[in-house]
Ligand binder design. Structure first.
Ligand SMILES: Cc1cc2nc3c(=O)[nH]c(=O)nc-3n(C[C@H](O)[C@H](O)[C@H](O)COP(=O)(O)O)c2cc1C
Length: 174
């Protein structure tokens, strides 16, 4: 587990647009509409062929994705609120509906349609997901301000030891 540097810059999907994607049965992106590319900051070429978890934001609890996969594997449709990571480490919230694509009655792919989320709902879901991650003993978000000299010496020390800053911090508090 590495430290994630978050830019905390939010992008909003226009209310009258939707993000559409399709994946194979393993979650590899096979189609992305232009709105998806624009909002995620990737080009359609960069998205196609990549696993959908390149958008995974560290604020999302693991159990949400487990529920998503359990639901769609059982050939039911799933819907829920998702906070996604942009290519530039910014983020965007969506209300996602994920379901199967069928050919001759056989499940061949999955599709997802995602739309705008009102601000109050985003705040509510952020609190719920923070609480869920805490209960799941997953990562917590810790924002701190430290003197730049200290920051520089920490990153320098981590570099010398060829370890992450998080690992170095763990060693220091041991
Ligand atoms: C059609 C479809 C759309 C998905 N959309 C997203 C998405 O927008 N963001 C995301 O983080 N995961 C999405 N996922 C789930 C990912 O496949 C993955 O399970 C998730 O990012 C968690 O990563 P992990 O399974 O590697 O822990 C989607 C899956 C499917 C099948």
């Amino acid at each position: 587990m590495d430290i994630t540097f978050d830019m905390f810059i939010e992008t909003e999907i226009p209310k009258d647009e939707v993000i559409i994607s399709r994946t194979d049965l393993k979650g590899i992106i096979t189609y992305a509409n232009d709105t998806f590319a624009e909002i995620s900051g990737y080009s359609p070429e960069e998205l196609i062929g990549r696993p959908h978890n390149i958008l995974r934001h560290p604020d999302m609890p693991k159990s949400v994705y487990k529920d998503l996969w359990d639901t769609i594997k059982a050939e039911k449709s799933w819907s829920g609120y998702v906070k996604n990571l942009r290519k530039d480490r910014g983020y965007y919230w969506v209300f996602a509906e994920v379901s199967g694509v069928y050919k001759d009655g056989k499940l061949v792919e999955y599709k997802s349609i995602r739309s705008w989320v009102p601000k109050e709902k985003r705040i509510e879901m952020q609190k719920i997901y923070d609480e869920m991650r805490r209960k799941e003993k997953d990562n917590v978000r810790a924002v701190c301000y430290i003197p730049v000299d200290l920051y520089d010496s920490l990153t320098q020390k981590a570099k010398e030891k060829e370890i992450t800053v998080e690992k170095l911090l763990q060693e220091l508090v041991k």
